[in-house]
Unconditional design. Sequence first.
Length: 133
Amino acid sequence: MTGTPHVDPTVESNKRTVLAFYEAAFNTKDFEAAAALIGDRYVQHNPEIADGLEGLLTRLTHLKETFPALRVEVKRLVAEGDYVSAQVHGVREPGQRGLAIMDIFRLDGGKLVEHWDVIQPIPAESVNQNGMF
């Protein structure tokens, strides 16, 4: 078989939406821009965040107030259908090792409508040299 593989434009658009969300929500802390990327119904699976846009904005406001220097860097995006998974390095304070984060988003109509995450502190020592990213 020759030629370029088929690229689903919806999947690529969903990936761009997720990247825009990270930039707006965490790096520029532009909650209005982040809110524009959220669907009418936002289901949250993180037990510390309430469902809906208000729950998300409450969490983001808390992070902004508690960690004003917070930055995230998306290391990898994997997308299939309506789902986008992201491996993310989050640093709450400059100089810290930070957190390794795996987020899964479900999108509908180009908007974020569901979210799952797993968050792990990056340890000072590792028994291998592979790194977390």
